[in-house]
Design a protein around this ligand. Structure first.
Ligand SMILES: [Zn+2]
Length: 172
């Protein structure tokens, strides 16, 4: 039960595929670590909604989410269907907090997973939760948002991105 170091872009462990969890009920320490690490990041930076186990160097298929309307662990999550309709958005990641990447994600998805009690669950996610889960499940496959960039110019530093958003809001 502690705040762990978050692996940063360039660390080869982030490119590795994580292995399935065999006993979902054995994960309470890991879930607590993810929850603590997420809370600390959020306190330091003012944002952050989810974290994947490989980001703290544990290569297990586990994601922890805390956002409005949902708080909990997704164990062995699997996307079983995805809408053809896509959304484009600026994505960020704890593993490269000062870089934004423009990505395309499915507007809605259906995910099966195990909860902390080991029960099988199915969730239909759309909007924020949909894009968030796609980002986190990518982590479990060793895929980072930088690999999902919609073009070779789809990158911005956080300060430049903030300037862009501010300008757009003044213009609208
Ligand atoms: Zn990430």
């Amino acid at each position: 039960m502690s705040v762990k170091e978050i692996l940063q872009l360039g660390n080869p462990k982030l490119w590795e595929r994580s292995t399935p969890v065999e006993d979902p009920k054995s994960l309470s320490y890991l879930i607590q670590d993810l929850s603590d690490t997420l809370a600390a990041f959020r306190e330091g930076r003012g944002y952050g909604r989810a974290i994947a186990a490989p980001q703290i160097g544990v290569q297990k298929r586990l994601v922890f989410v805390r956002m409005q309307g949902f708080c909990g662990a997704f164990i062995n999550p699997e996307i079983i269907s995805a809408s053809d309709e896509k959304i484009e958005l600026w994505d960020d990641c704890f593993s490269f907090p000062d870089l934004l990447v423009r990505v395309s994600r499915s507007l809605s998805i259906e995910v099966v997973y195990r909860d902390e009690a080991g029960s099988k669950q199915t969730i239909r996610a759309s909007g924020d939760l949909s894009e968030l889960l796609q980002h986190e499940i990518d982590h479990l496959d060793g895929i980072l948002a930088v690999q999902r960039a919609v073009s070779d110019k789809a990158f911005a530093t956080r300060s430049e991105w903030e300037r862009m958003i501010l300008k757009a809001s003044k213009e609208s």
